[in-house]
Design a protein around this ligand. Structure first.
Ligand SMILES: [Zn+2]
Length: 214
């Protein structure tokens, strides 16, 4: 996915304020009933002829599938059932991806991407949701918060977007941008299996918190 260019980088005080806001958000949602879902549909972005963001031989589609598989493994170990929209390097049309979540009874949908921007200074993690489904916002905050906690990466926050896979989803659905392949530091992290494992575990932590408190 391409980031919008006008997103300013957050300063340290802004980041502290964000952490506080997320803590208050978590406290506010603490008393809410648990979110019921029986399956996580994990969507590795792009695939096949659609490479996604690319710098040199680093393709978004490969990194997204790697995080998706790590997330699948981690969630299954926690006793949470999963479905991958793709298990290998193939192209799946966007409507079919959303349909897989809509057709699975009681599923939530998590799409995994890596970012790019013309501004090579753009860095960090951001999570998208669609306003049509308010519970997606709670899931997005929990995943974004866990991702920043786990990786210490720059937080670009939770944002609304009309991406097809989110807009067509009737279930809680989010899209996570794990790092910018156009940023040198982010790209270095994205190429590290340890970073991708951290991202997978962080997304799982957010999902587990959503099930407990969402
Ligand atoms: Zn993408």
């Amino acid at each position: 996915m391409k980031a919008k260019l006008h997103h300013a980088r957050r300063t340290a005080p802004a980041r502290a304020a964000l952490c506080l806001a997320l803590a208050l958000f978590a406290a506010a949602t603490g008393a809410a009933p648990a979110a019921r879902f029986s399956r996580v549909v994990i969507d590795a972005g792009h695939g096949g002829h659609d490479k996604g963001a690319a710098t040199g031989l680093t393709y978004e589609k490969h990194l997204a599938l790697d995080v998706a598989r790590r997330l699948e493994l981690y969630l299954e170990e926690q006793g949470i059932r999963t479905t991958l929209t793709r298990e290998r390097d193939v192209f799946i049309p966007l409507p079919r991806r959303a349909r897989m979540a809509n057709d699975a009874r009681g599923a939530i949908f998590v799409s995994i991407h890596f970012n790019s921007a013309a501004n090579t200074g753009a860095e960090g993690i951001e999570t998208f949701y669609n306003r049509r489904n308010p519970s997606s916002l709670i899931l997005a905050h929990m995943v974004q918060s866990a991702s920043i906690y786990k990786t210490r990466a720059e937080s670009r926050g939770v944002k609304h977007a009309n991406f097809h896979v989110l807009a067509e989803n009737t279930r809680p659905a989010i899209l996570v941008e794990c790092a910018f392949l156009t940023n040198r530091g982010d790209r270095y992290r994205a190429l590290s299996p340890a970073y991708r494992q951290k991202m997978a575990e962080a997304i799982a932590m957010g999902i587990i918190q959503f099930r407990r408190e969402g």
